[in-house]
Design a binder for this molecule. Sequence first.
Ligand SMILES: [Zn+2]
Ligand SMILES: [Zn+2]
Length: 376
Amino acid sequence: MKTRGAVLRQMGLPAPYAQSQPLRIEELELAPPGSGELLVKVLAAGLCHSDLSVIDGSRPRVMPMVLGHEACGEVLQCGPGAADFAPGDRLVFSFVPSCGHCSPCAEGRPALCEPGAAANTAGALLSGARHWSDSATALVHHHLGVSGFAHMTVVSARSAVKIGRDLPAEIAALFGCAVMTGVGAVVNTARVAAGESVAIFGLGGIGLAALLGAHASGAWPLVAVDVVPAKLELARALGASHTIDARNEAPVAGVRAATRGGAHHALESVGSEAVLAQAYAATRRGGTTVTAGLPHPQKMFSVPAVSLVAEERTVKGSYMGSAVPSRDLPRYIALYQAGRLPVDRLLTHRLRLDEINQGFDRLARGEAVRQVVLFD
Ligand SMILES: [Zn+2]
Ligand SMILES: [Zn+2]
């Protein structure tokens, strides 16, 4: 069938993207769902920094590709064997499909699913299939098994979590990446306990979602670090006890002062090895540094080796919030609906699909938290 989607054909085109137009809205052919797959009408899709990292080439992917990995939709058609879903079901996409039987899946760590990661690297669905082609009948790849910047998409049922119909689509989309990754980094990876101090470095969608998670977990003090005054102001409104503008104040000293000697947990979500080093230096003895950012693959991170032993420090990576999506998404949605996780405060802009390049300009300039493309 025919549908329209935002295709990236070349990474590294220069900003402003409103001029270079890295994403082109193209008419595409979408093959019907195979075994265990779903045809989904996309309702809303968020713009995430990881999409921008593909556009600017710092996180290379196979080209060409229909981009977008944070979205929600409604099932139109189920392929054979997708018995858990029916047409009309609402769902949020998970950007790592979980096979359910590899070693990490068996250990309860589906965010690390090995066939899922291989499929994402190949730009294919979990089955290995690719369903996109362009008007010249050339193959176009899937982005993280989702490709949410399109009116319709085909996904593995193992890339989807069913949700209720009572959550607005523009909010539901944010749960797929920002909320699952940010809240999960605090709840699953760091395991923050009430009364422990937390410092969040970087207040994009992930960092602010982590702040919401830390606030809901009872973290105190809760310190937010960024270089954009409007984001620091939002962080205060969302529960930060202290904010540090890293342009005017040394962030490590600021966090150490606010937490009386260093944070129990520091979270880095910028994707910068220099900021990760600051986060590490801002933890206390026995503290844990969690990184959920994605630096360029050639960047290295070093720490004084003895500090790991003599000060019992921990550094942990957090991919997709160490999530079990079918467990965590219903929990986070319930917290939102109870008023305990005000995810709607992260939504700053609503766009049409043909405004998507301007949206990425806004994201690159730090002028937006979460922008959502709405489809009619
Ligand atoms: Zn994302
Ligand atoms: Zn698996």
